[in-house]
Design a protein around this ligand. Structure first.
Ligand SMILES: [Fe+2]
Length: 289
């Protein structure tokens, strides 16, 4: 994120806040069928893997029209629960635009859906990742408040040039977070729950580390965008994540972190509260190929 990016104007056809019409009527039958296929595949395996709040929140996606949710109807359901709405954008938006939407309880989502050849991986988030992955938890009052707090924190962090560190908090929670559920671990990160392979890997595979969440530790931890994660951080609860985010004074924390070296994604520290020390066999195989 830099000033040039902040000043980048929206593309032609988008509003000043970068939103565009979803054009639900313009989706092809094959695109709705792709949504249904992905939806079925994920709900079949997530029942005892995802945090109960996610499974409850899936109800907001079950709306009158079949296939890809109509954002107008979806927003109507969601706003009655937590005041959040969902709007379409043409692709990735500048950080400031993204944060401002979150701070105003709007989640911006891609409108396109992946092609059959991309069912397991695509480089840019599509409507399945954005809506199936993110929206159910926006129906949870505590997680909904955390997302707004993150947006507000993001706007403040821009003054400190600390976006990279704040992005790590989002990555290791909103996208790839695990949460305790009694003695078990459950999935809640959108990047995991929208991925068939990672929904299994993140909980069952011996390869990745699973480490108790620590805000400072997470903000020092680099991450991989092109493979399954090498470390997952486990929060105690959404309440605890929200409390830590609201109670942390980020300005001194950013200054403190400037003096702390970044950590490689597979690092385990002596001070970590380790739930599972990963074998990193998946990571080693990926590095050799
Ligand atoms: Fe995402």
């Amino acid at each position: 994120m830099n000033e040039t990016e902040a000043a980048r104007p929206p593309p032609q056809g988008a509003a000043a806040d970068w939103t565009i019409p979803q054009d639900w009527a313009g989706y092809l039958p094959a695109e709705h069928a792709m949504w249904d296929r992905l939806f079925r595949r994920q709900t079949e395996i997530l029942g005892d893997r995802a945090v109960p709040a996610f499974m409850t929140g899936l109800d907001v996606l079950r709306i009158a029209k079949p296939g890809i949710p109509d954002f107008v109807e979806l927003s109507d359901h969601l706003s009655k629960r937590t005041g959040w709405t969902v709007k379409a954008v043409p692709g990735l938006v500048p950080d400031e635009v993204f944060f401002r939407h979150l701070a105003n309880r709007t989640f911006v989502a891609g409108r396109f859906i992946r092609k059959p050849g991309q069912i397991d991986y695509l480089p840019e988030p599509d409507v399945f990742h954005d809506v199936f992955g993110h929206v159910p938890l926006l129906a949870d009052p505590v997680f909904a408040d955390f997302m707004q707090a993150y947006g507000e924190g993001g706007l403040r962090s821009m003054e400190f040039g600390a976006l990279e560190r704040l992005a790590r908090l989002y990555w290791y929670t909103v996208e790839f977070g695990l949460v305790r559920d009694g003695a078990a671990l459950k999935l809640y990160g959108a990047g995991i729950v929208s991925s068939h392979g990672e929904s299994i890997f993140a909980l069952d595979d011996p390869s990745p580390n699973r480490i108790s969440f620590d805000l400072r530790r997470v903000m020092r931890s680099r991450y991989r965008i092109d493979d399954y994660q090498r470390t997952y951080f486990v929060i105690d609860s959404f309440e605890d994540l929200l409390r830590q985010t609201l109670e942390t004074d980020f300005a001194p924390l950013y200054r403190e972190l400037e003096a702390s070296p970044d950590l490689a994604p597979e690092t385990v520290l002596d001070t970590d509260r380790i739930i599972h020390r990963g074998t990193q066999t998946h990571a080693s195989a990926a590095d050799e190929s």
